[in-house]
Design a protein around this ligand. Structure first.
Ligand SMILES: Nc1ncnc2c1ncn2[C@@H]1O[C@H](COP(=O)(O)OP(=O)(O)OP(=O)(O)O)[C@@H](O)[C@H]1O
Length: 543
C-alpha cells in the first residue's frame, strides 16, 4: 500500500485513464483545513493520481494549485465531490468521494440503451451538474459516458449519475504540455469549435451532453469513423441522423444541443428543464397538456446569454485561439481511431509536421497525425521529445477498458420490442387530471437487457402494427415446366392475325364494300381468288 501524502493510503487501482490512475484508497488521518472534506481515519475514498508527465509540468502544478479552490468548491448532488488536492514531490493527486457503481460507458455496454424517458431524465441530472459548474465558471470539456459514474445502480432501481473529472481537461491542456490551439477531449464527443481550435465556452459541454443523450438512446454516438480525423470531419460537416424510434421532442433537444453553432445550443439550465418537460410529455401516462408541452420543447431551449468561457481558447478574449483562426481542412484517413480512446490532446493547428515527428503515421497509437501547418506557437516544446498526445494515446492503448461501439441487432433492441398497441382508449377520453406521479418525478430506471422495457414510451400517432401478410406461393403459369423463349410473343402475333382476319371478314360481308369494288363474291371466295391470282403471278414469274 502506497502512501499519498501523510493522510491517504492507496489500496487498489480502480481504473486507468489518459490523465492518470484512479485508486481505491483509505484515509489514514483527518485531513487539514486546506481540504474541503476533512474525513475520518479509515474512511474509503477514491484518489486520482495524475500521470507523471502532468506532475512534472510546472505549468500544470501551478494550475492545479490555482484551481484548487474552484475544484474544492464545486458541490452538487450530481458532481463527484473533490475532497482534497495533494501535491507532494512529483505527485499530484485528487482525493474524491468513492462512488460505488459503474461508469455510464460500462453500464451502457453491459445493459444496452435506455428508454427515451430514462435517457432524458438521466441527462437532465447531468445538465443540472453542468448548470451548477457553469454558474461557477467551470467548463468540464470532456463530457462523455466514461466520466459519469452511476451511484445506486445496484439493482435497487434508482440511478444517480455523478459527473467526474471536472477540471482535469483544464489541467491537461497546459501550454507547456500541449501547443497553443490544441484541445483536450475525446474525438467522439468533441464540439466542432474545439475541433477547429476556435474559442470555446460552456456550450462545448452542451454539445457533449447532446452526444451523450444520443448515445444513451441508441447505444452509440452519432459520429463514428475509422480515424480520429474522420470523426472530427463529421462533427464539423455532418448532421446527425435521427433514429426512427426517437420521439420527436427528444430529437428536437438533441438537434439543438448538436448545433454546429455554439450560440444556438441551450444553456445547461434550460436543457435540464426541457428534458424534464420532454420526459413527462412522452411517457404513456402523459396528460394532453404535458404531451403538448413536450411538442413545444423548442421554446424552452433558449441559449445561455453569458456562457462561461474556457480560458486560453480565445473564448475569454485571451491569448489563445482567436476568431481569426481559419477553418481547417483536416487530412483524412490518417492514423487509427479507437472510439474508446481516453481523453486526448489533439493538435488542431500547428504542429511539428507529419513526417519527421516521432510516432508518425505508422504509429498505431496515433489517433491524429500532426498537421502540416506552421511552427508551434505554444510554449517551450522539445521538438525531439514525444508529443504528449503520443504518450496519452499510448496510455489509451494500454487501458483495460475499451469503449465498444455497440451496433444493436434490431430484434434485440428493447426500444423496438415495445408491447403491441391495444385498441387503447383515446387520450382525450382519459380523465385529464389523474393523480399520477409525473414521469419527471420518477427516477430513471435501470434498463434491463432482454426484458420488456417499462411502458414509458412515446407513442407517435401511427396506425396500429399490421399483421404480416402470409407469403403467397407464386402462381404456376403453365403445366409445362419447360420455358420456350419467345413463345409469349408468338402467341400474341397469332392472336393478332386471327383478330385482323375476323375483322376483315366482318367488314367485307357486312358492309357494301364488295359492291363498291365491283365483285359480288363472298369473303372466302374473294380470298381464294386473291390467292389464285397471286399463285398465277408467281408461276408466271418462274416462267
Ligand atoms: N470517484 C470515483 N469513485 C469510483 N470510481 C471512480 C471514481 N473516479 C473514477 N473512477 C473509475 O476509475 C476509472 C478510471 O477513471 P478515469 O477518470 O481516470 O478514466 P476515464 O474517464 O475512462 O479516462 P479519461 O477521462 O482520462 O479519458 C473509471 O473506470 C471510473 O469508473
Amino acid at each position: 500500500m502506497r502512501p499519498v501524502g501523510s493522510k491517504y493510503l492507496l489500496e487498489e487501482p480502480l481504473g486507468r485513464g489518459a490523465t492518470g490512475t484512479v485508486w481505491r484508497a483509505r484515509q489514514r488521518e483527518t485531513a487539514g483545513a486546506e481540504a474541503a472534506v476533512a474525513g475520518e481515519p479509515g474512511e474509503t475514498v477514491a484518489i486520482k493520481v495524475l500521470k507523471e508527465e502532468l506532475a512534472h509540468d510546472a505549468d500544470v502544478v501551478m494550475r492545479f494549485l490555482r484551481e484548487r479552490s474552484v475544484l474544492l468548491r464545486l458541490a452538487h448532488p450530481n458532481i463527484v465531490r473533490t475532497r482534497d488536492l495533494v501535491v507532494e514531490g512529483d505527485l499530484l493527486a485528487l482525493v474524491m468521494d468513492l462512488v460505488d457503481g459503474p461508469d455510464l460507458h460500462r453500464y451502457l455496454r453491459d445493459n444496452g440503451p435506455f428508454s427515451p424517458v430514462a435517457a432524458a431524465l438521466l441527462t437532465a441530472q447531468i445538465a443540472d451538474a453542468l448548470a451548477a459548474s457553469h454558474a461557477d465558471g467551470v467548463v468540464h470539456r470532456d463530457l462523455k459516458p466514461a466520466n459519469v459514474l452511476l451511484a445506486g445502480s445496484d439493482g435497487s432501481g434508482e440511478m444517480h449519475p455523478m459527473l467526474t473529472d471536472f477540471g482535469i481537461a483544464r489541467l491537461a491542456d497546459s501550454p507547456g504540455l500541449t501547443r497553443t490551439h490544441e484541445f483536450v477531449g475525446t474525438p467522439a464527443y468533441v464540439a466542432p469549435e474545439s475541433a477547429e481550435g476556435r474559442p470555446q465556452t460552456s456550450a462545448v459541454d452542451i454539445y457533449g451532453a447532446g452526444i451523450l443523450l444520443y448515445e444513451l438512446v441508441t447505444g452509440r454516438p452519432p459520429f463514428a469513423g475509422a480515424t480520429a480525423l474522420e470523426v472530427l470531419h463529421r462533427h464539423l460537416s455532418e448532421e446527425p441522423r435521427r433514429p426512427s424510434t426517437l420521439p420527436e421532442p427528444l430529437w428536437t433537444v438533441i438537434q439543438r444541443c448538436l448545433s454546429k453553432r455554439p450560440e444556438e445550443r441551450p444553456s445547461a439550465e434550460n436543457l435540464a428543464r426541457a428534458l424534464r418537460a420532454v420526459a413527462s410529455g412522452i411517457g404513456p401516462h402523459a396528460s394532453p397538456a404535458q404531451a403538448e408541452a413536450a411538442l413545444g420543447v423548442a421554446a424552452l431551449l433558449a441559449p445561455d446569454p453569458a456562457p462561461a468561457t474556457v480560458p486560453g481558447t480565445g473564448g475569454d478574449g485571451g491569448t489563445g485561439g482567436g476568431d481569426a483562426d481559419p477553418t481547417q481542412v483536416l487530412p483524412s484517413g490518417a492514423g487509427s481511431y479507437d472510439p474508446a480512446a481516453a481523453t486526448s490532446v489533439l493538435p488542431s493547428t500547428g504542429g511539428q509536421g507529419g513526417q519527421g515527428a516521432p510516432g508518425g503515421q505508422g504509429d498505431p497509437t496515433r489517433a491524429m497525425p500532426p498537421m502540416p501547418m506552421g511552427a508551434p506557437a505554444g510554449g517551450p516544446q522539445n521538438p525531439d521529445g514525444p508529443h504528449p498526445w503520443e504518450s496519452q494515446m499510448r496510455a489509451a492503448r494500454d487501458r483495460n477498458e475499451q469503449t465498444q461501439v455497440q451496433y444493436l441487432d434490431p430484434t434485440e433492441d428493447p426500444l423496438r420490442r415495445r408491447p403491441q398497441r391495444q385498441p387503447a382508449p383515446q387520450r382525450p377520453q382519459q380523465p385529464p387530471y389523474r393523480q399520477q406521479p409525473a414521469p419527471y418525478q420518477q427516477q430513471p430506471q435501470a434498463p434491463q437487457r432482454r426484458q420488456e422495457p417499462p411502458p414509458q414510451r412515446y407513442e407517435p400517432q401511427r396506425p396500429p402494427a399490421r399483421e404480416p401478410r402470409p407469403r403467397r406461393e407464386p402462381r404456376p403459369r403453365s403445366a409445362n415446366p419447360m420455358k420456350i423463349p419467345g413463345l409469349g410473343c408468338l402467341k400474341g402475333c397469332l392472336f393478332t392475325i386471327i383478330l385482323l382476319f375476323v375483322a376483315a371478314w366482318l367488314i367485307w360481308e357486312l358492309t357494301p364494300l364488295q359492291e363498291w369494288i365491283g365483285t359480288t363474291r363472298g369473303f372466302f371466295s374473294q380470298i381464294g381468288h386473291v390467292f389464285t391470282s397471286v399463285q398465277h403471278f408467281v408461276q408466271k414469274l418462274g416462267g
